[in-house]
Design a protein around this ligand. Structure first.
Ligand SMILES: *Cc1c(COP(=O)(O)O)cnc(C)c1O
Length: 352
C-alpha cells in the first residue's frame, strides 16, 4: 500500500437495486413507478429548446421551488430542492448532523443512512425495530445528535401514525429530526403540517416514486425558513447549480398536474391491496405496507431461493442477505399485468 493510500477517504458505498440492461424483464426491484410521468411532462419536454442550455440554470431553482411551495401551501423559503432526495438527505446530514453524540435511526431501514454517516464521519446508533418490525417512539427519547427515519419505513413499508411520529419530534427538540417521506403519497399521512409547530422538523420527499420521475432526479425538503436557509448555505458552498434546466422545467410541469398524480397513486394503492390478498393466498406472510412495495416472507419456501428463481424467470425483486430480513423479499408494486405474471410464476414455483 502506497503511503498516499492512508489519506484516502475510504467508504463502503450504498448498493442500489440492479438496473438490468435487458428491456424484457419485469422490474419490481427498485420501487420505481410502473406508470409514465404526467403527459404534461412529455409536453414540457417537447417545448424545451437548447437555447436555455447555454446559460446556467436558476441558482435558487425557481420556478420549481415556487411550484412545490404552491402545491403544499408553503412559502418558497420553506422549500429546498436537490438532485433526488438522496442529494437532499446528504445535504441534510452535512448541514445538521454535527454533534459528537450519535444520530439515531432504525436498524432495519433505508441503507443509505449509515453510508452517509460513515462518509461524513457522523457517529450513529441503530435502534432495533420491535418484533413486528415497528418503530417504537420511546426508543428515541434519549440524548442524541439528531434523528432520521423513513415514514413509511423502508423496506418494511410500515407506517408510523402521525401521533407517534410527533412524539419522536416533540421529544427531540434540541436536535434536527428528519422524516424521510419517500413513500408517503401511497396512503400515509404526512407530518408536513407540523413544520410550523416544530422548528427542528424537516420533511423530505421525492419525485422518484409517486411522480414517476426517478430518472430525472428531483427531491425536496420542507421545513421552517431558518432550516432551509442553512441548507442553502451548505449547497451554495458545495455546488450552486445542482438542478439542471430540464429537471427544473419538467419537475414544474409534473407537480402542476395534481389530477394525474392522484390517479396513478390511487391505482398503485389498489394494485397493492389486491397483491396483499393474492400473495397471502400463495402462502406469504405480508406486512401491512403503505408504500409502493410489499415486504413478504413465505411460510415454507426460503426467500433467497424464490428470489433466484424469479430472477431466472426475468422477474426482478429485491433481496438482502442481512440480519433479521434474510428470509424476506421486497416486491415493488407494478402494473396489474406485471403482478399477474408474478402470481402466475409463483403459483407454479411454489407447487414444487
Ligand atoms: C427511494 C428512496 C429515497 C431516495 O430517492 P431519490 O430517487 O434519491 O429521490 C430516499 N429515501 C428512501 C427511504 C427511499 O426509498
Amino acid at each position: 500500500m502506497g503511503a498516499w493510500e492512508s489519506n484516502v477517504r475510504k467508504v463502503t458505498p450504498y448498493v442500489p437495486g440492479e438496473q438490468p440492461w435487458q428491456s424484457n424483464v419485469i422490474k419490481l426491484n427498485t420501487n420505481e413507478n410502473p406508470y409514465p410521468p404526467s403527459p404534461a411532462v412529455e409536453k414540457a419536454l417537447r417545448e424545451m429548446t437548447t437555447g436555455t442550455m447555454r446559460k446556467y440554470p436558476a441558482v435558487d431553482a425557481q420556478p420549481l421551488v415556487n411550484e412545490i411551495a404552491a402545491f403544499y401551501h408553503l412559502k418558497p423559503e420553506q422549500v429546498f430542492v436537490g438532485v433526488g432526495s438522496d442529494d437532499v438527505l446528504a445535504m441534510c446530514f452535512l448541514t445538521f448532523f454535527n454533534s459528537d453524540r450519535p444520530i439515531l435511526f432504525p436498524d432495519i431501514t433505508y441503507s443509505f443512512y449509515d453510508v452517509w454517516a460513515e462518509l461524513f464521519r457522523i457517529p450513529y446508533e441503530r435502534i432495533p425495530l420491535d418484533e413486528a418490525f415497528q418503530i417504537c417512539p420511546q426508543d428515541y427519547f434519549r440524548e442524541n445528535g439528531g434523528v432520521i427515519f423513513p415514514n413509511p419505513n423502508a423496506p418494511t413499508g410500515e407506517l408510523l401514525t402521525p401521533e407517534k411520529a410527533e412524539e419522536i419530534i416533540s421529544r427531540n427538540q434540541d436536535v434536527i429530526v428528519i422524516v424521510d417521506e419517500a413513500y408517503i403519497d401511497f396512503g400515509g399521512k404526512s407530518v408536513l403540517d407540523l413544520i410550523g409547530k416544530y422548528e427542528n422538523l424537516l420533511v423530505v420527499q421525492t419525485f422518484s416514486k409517486s411522480r414517476a420521475m426517478a430518472g430525472m432526479r428531483i427531491g425536496y425538503a420542507m421545513g421552517n425558513e431558518k432550516l432551509i436557509a442553512y441548507l442553502n448555505d451548505v449547497k451554495y458552498s458545495f455546488n450552486s447549480y445542482t438542478m439542471n434546466e430540464a429537471a427544473l422545467a419538467l419537475g414544474t410541469a409534473a407537480i402542476r398536474d395534481r389530477t394525474y398524480f392522484e390517479e396513478i397513486t390511487a391505482r398503485i394503492v389498489k394494485t397493492r391491496e389486491e397483491a396483499k390478498r393474492r400473495l397471502a393466498d400463495l402462502g406469504f406472510l405480508v406486512g401491512d405496507s403503505k408504500a409502493n412495495f410489499l415486504f413478504v416472507t413465505h411460510r415454507t419456501h426460503p426467500a433467497k431461493a424464490i428470489f433466484e428463481a424469479l430472477k431466472e424467470a426475468g422477474i426482478y425483486v429485491r433481496y438482502w442477505d442481512k440480519p433479521r430480513i434474510s428470509n424476506h423479499l421486497r416486491i415493488t408494486v407494478g402494473t396489474d399485468e406485471e403482478m399477474e405474471q408474478l402470481y402466475a410464476f409463483l403459483e407454479k414455483y411454489l407447487r414444487n
